[in-house]
Design a protein around this ligand. Structure first.
Ligand code: NAD
Ligand code: GLY
Length: 364
């Protein structure tokens, strides 16, 4: 088992990465200091892993609340249902919530914990690759608004993150590829050596080689933990973690959070940001080709979906948390492993990038 730490003073917490964590009561006894515990999961994950986790937590007589599966349920209505459960069961502020699931369950549970009586503890048990390498670490919690993704949320750090690689056995291939997009992100924004390692090991990762997967999770979490420790509330460098996300959120919102997975949208968003970087003369054609090749080998789509109306793209991109005084800021690449946030991009080049990725004939 590997142990990393997110260094945030009194709010520091461990990230454990290994096998069999879901079945280890010690991990919970050591960190939960209340008798009121509620596990939040969704229908898919609950049927696979909730009984085992409830068994492990038996000493706490935990409650559980199972939400519907899907991004469209990451909303205020479902968050309110979770809070209602806590209130009906007379949970006090020192209760502990446990998020057992992917990024959707993690984000909504974390947000419920952030709001419940102005802040309860929660533990992240991420069950998708994407959640293990990104969303469970760093304390960003949120639900979606119909006008924009993750627009209602809070920074609220978990007290621990337990990433059990065993649960990835049941993850569909498409979800694994979506998680690889966020893994590739760390290579692109700050870790060129890791990017090269990924180029050399992408097939093994897709074949779920356990050693490779655990290494990719560890290196990703190490990168994320360093960024979060330096800039917890995104005053600066943390914005780089949103590489590709302005494009991705526009795609997801334009598709009403249906059809495409978040990681798929991030993969294409990173390629679009790299394309804009190349058009702007900041990265070479060779680097752009390396990025495109790795995303293809990771099993990610590299064209906008046909049903996406590209004329809406720019407007959708303007609903972005990096926007300041109505101005759009984008994360762009200066090389593989070096990203910056800028508003000094050419709108005409951005338009060319958007058109380049349209899959509708006649719009290219
Ligand atoms: P998800 O939570 O919807 O999970 C993907 C699918 O996989 C779901 O159908 C889920 O039920 C299923 N699943 C999960 N674990 C499984 C397992 N072990 N076996 C079989 N099926 C399993 O999606 P996601 O990709 O994990 O997360 C996406 C969400 O994360 C988005 O809402 C995104 O905004 C958010 N996110 C948040 C942050 C952050 O910093 N808070 C970062 C990145 C993404
Ligand atoms: N996923 C972006 C962040 O955590 O800041």
């Amino acid at each position: 088992m590997k142990e990393l730490k997110v260094e945030l003073g009194q709010r520091s917490y461990p990230i454990l990465i290994g096998k069999g964590l879901l079945g280890d009561p010690e991990l919970f006894v050591n960190i939960i200091h209340s008798s009121q515990v509620m596990v939040v999961s969704n229908t898919t994950i609950a049927s696979l892993y909730l009984p085992q986790l409830l068994d492990t937590l038996a000493d706490f007589s935990p409650l559980s609340y199972v939400i519907a599966d899907g991004e469209s349920h990451k909303n205020l209505t479902v968050m309110n249902e979770i809070v209602t459960q806590l209130l009906e069961n007379k949970f006090s502020r020192n209760c502990t919530l446990i998020a057992l699931g992917g990024g959707v369950v993690g984000d909504i549970t974390g947000f419920a914990a952030a709001c419940y009586q102005r802040g309860a503890n929660y533990i992240q048990i991420p069950t998708t690759l994407l959640a293990q390498v990104d969303s469970s670490v760093g304390g960003k919690t949120a639900v979606n608004h119909e006008i924009g993704k993750n627009m209602i949320g809070a920074f609220h750090q978990p007290i621990a993150v337990y990433s059990d690689s065993d649960v990835l056995d049941t993850l569909p291939d498409r979800e694994l590829s979506a998680g690889l997009a966020e893994v590739i992100k760390y290579g692109l924004i700050r870790d060129p050596v890791f990017f090269t390692w990924l180029e050399n090991n992408i097939e093994s990762l897709r074949d779920r080689d356990d050693e490779c997967l655990q290494y990719a999770i560890e290196r990703s979490c190490q990168n994320k933990a360093e960024v979060v420790a330096d800039d917890e509330r995104e005053q600066g460098q943390r914005a780089l973690l949103n590489f590709g996300h302005t494009f991705a959120h526009a795609v997801e919102t334009g598709l009403n959070y249906k059809d495409w997975l978040h990681g798929e949208a991030v993969g294409l968003g990173m390629l679009m940001a790299a394309d804009l970087s190349c058009r702007s003369g900041w990265i070479t054609e060779t680097d752009l080709a390396r990025i495109r090749d790795l995303l293809i080998k990771a099993g990610l789509p590299i064209k906008l979906p046909e049903q996406f109306e590209i004329s809406n793209m720019r407007e959708l991109m303007s609903v972005d948390k990096k926007a300041k005084d109505g101005q759009l800021f984008l994360v762009v690449l200066k090389s593989i492993g070096d990203a910056v946030v800028t508003n000094e991009f050419d709108e005409n080049l951005l338009q060319l990038t958007v058109e380049q990725f349209s899959s509708v004939k006649g719009k290219n």
